[in-house]
Design a protein around this ligand. Structure first.
Ligand code: 0O2
Length: 225
């Protein structure tokens, strides 16, 4: 899993902080396969729920699903930034977003509907839930964040794996994606006035989200009567 060609041996040895390199890499690679399994499990669950919803109510709550496995440099950066030991055990214990899934919904209500349907499943354990929709981040960022544990079945039995799920609307995703790129391009040093403008955009987008949801509900009601 580790792309050794991109790093000097010194860097990899430094990453593994004294643990025997080959052993570290083998263990790391096995662990990454498990995270990848976690993504597949959750993705399948979400797809099944979306299809079931569509067949019952002729409507898909999920617009699209994206997933990613955190890159090795990004994991190393995060564990070092937290000032923690660089070891498999420390990474396993402290980095909970190695397996990440982003669920883009059409409307705000769909976010909570999807979260509820998923977390009600008996093999899912919710480790953490952060509602940045009800309590947006100072930047204006909105999203529902869950960290769940899902069993990945190996020949030796199930292994519970943590997966971070970010659920948000198309509008919230539009803002978060552009804001992330803008901050990344400027090395996170966004001037105060630009920060305020970005925050204002997030608020305006939120008004649109609620308005679109109201229109959707009104149309549904009209179609039923
Ligand atoms: P990436 O590359 O997206 O994965 P923790 O992960 O718990 O150590 P934190 O910040 O307490 O860190 O977790 P939080 O806030 O629940 O979620 C972090 C993730 O949310 C980020 O991942 C981003 O994806 C997203 N996020 C949080 N705040 C913002 C924001 O202001 N703007 C945007 N665009 N995204 C945000 P990473 O690890 O930073 O990066």
């Amino acid at each position: 899993m580790i792309d050794e060609t991109r790093y000097s041996i010194d860097e990899l040895v430094d990453f593994a902080e004294g643990s025997e390199l080959e052993r570290f890499m083998k263990k790391f690679s096995t662990r990454m396969q498990l995270y990848s399994g976690g993504i597949k499990e959750i993705r399948t669950k979400l797809e099944i729920l979306d299809e079931e919803f569509k067949s019952k109510f002729s409507y898909n709550p999920i617009h699209n699903i994206e997933s990613r496995l955190k890159t090795v440099p990004s994991i190393m950066q995060k564990i070092k930034a937290k000032g923690l030991e660089v070891s498999i055990d420390s990474i396993t214990e402290n980095i909970t977003d190695i397996a990440g899934i982003r669920v883009i919904c059409n409307y705000i209500d769909d976010i909570y509907r999807v979260a509820e349907m998923l977390t009600a499943q008996h093999d899912i354990t919710v480790l953490q839930m952060r509602d940045y929709i009800k309590n947006p981040k100072p930047s204006g960022y909105k999203s529902l964040h869950l960290i769940v544990e899902v069993p990945v079945f190996l020949s030796t039995g199930p292994v519970p794996m943590p997966v971070e799920i970010q659920i948000r609307t198309i509008a919230m995703d539009f803002w978060a994606s552009l804001e992330h790129k803008l901050k990344y391009k400027t090395n996170n040093a966004v001037d105060d006035d630009l920060h305020e403008r970005l925050k204002k955009c997030a608020e305006e987008i939120s008004v649109l989200d609620y308005e679109m949801q109201d229109i959707h509900a009104a149309i549904n009601l009209r179609n039923k009567t």
